[in-house]
Write a protein that binds this ligand. Structure first.
Ligand code: 5GP
Length: 200
């Protein structure tokens, strides 16, 4: 998605060699117009998959997931990272390793949110090692629902996540795929591939 790539180049900050900070439009401040385009693009990509629900994890997945839900006209569920008053016991639960917090956390979904006949689209903000997305797919499996696709806003293709998700055998669609963050520079996968073809 060209508009997203342009925003990453303009506003993204590379931290170390593998973290991208995009706090001005995705992870802290949210740009509703960009989010709307993101939702539209995901909805277009998955419109033939018969999606009945979207699942994401709080908090940064919520904005792109809600916009996608709006355009697919389906409800959006976010897994909670803490039990709440209304989800004090029971429900579905799985453990994931949080990339940003560098610790294991538990994520929860209330019973009955997902039904066995639901066809579910997973949406998340980033794909790094795939832990968050895989955790969500485990919750979907526990509910007996069907995983029908995974949509990622920013994929760091140099990490292991994509490979792990591909093993699930469902369609995966990332709006921006980053080949490298070396030397503080963002290189997108398609640009690197094009460059390699030119040089062949
Ligand atoms: P994974 O579970 O795939 O290893 O990591 C995905 C989660 O970690 C995302 O939900 C996101 O919140 C966070 N994350 C991973 N890499 C980055 C990054 O480079 N930048 C930001 N802002 N978040 C990241």
């Amino acid at each position: 998605m060209e508009e997203l790539k342009a925003r990453i180049i303009k506003e993204g900050k590379v931290i170390g060699s593998n973290v991208l900070k995009v706090d001005h439009f995705l992870n802290h401040q949210i740009d509703p117009h960009l989010m709307q385009e993101i939702g539209k693009t995901f909805a277009k990509a998955f419109k033939k998959k018969g999606i009945t629900k979207i699942v994401t994890v709080e908090s940064s997945g919520i904005a792109p997931a809600v916009m996608t839900g709006l355009f697919l006209n389906v409800p959006v569920i976010f897994a909670r990272k803490k039990r709440s008053l209304t989800l004090s016991r029971g429900g579905l639960e799985t453990e994931i390793y949080s990339y940003t917090k560098r610790e294991k956390i538990h994520v929860f979904l209330a019973d009955g949110m997902l039904k066995r006949d639901d066809r579910v689209l997973v949406i998340d903000d980033f794909l790094a090692n795939g832990e968050a997305a895989l955790g969500l797919t485990r919750l979907i499996e526990q509910a007996g629902a069907q995983l029908s696709g995974i949509g990622i806003v920013i994929e760091k293709s140099f990490q292991e996540g994509r490979k792990k998700l591909e093993a699930l055998g469902c369609p995966i669609f990332s709006l921006a795929r980053i080949a490298s963050l070396q030397n503080g520079k963002v290189s997108f996968l398609e640009d690197v591939q094009k460059q390699t073809q030119i040089n062949l």
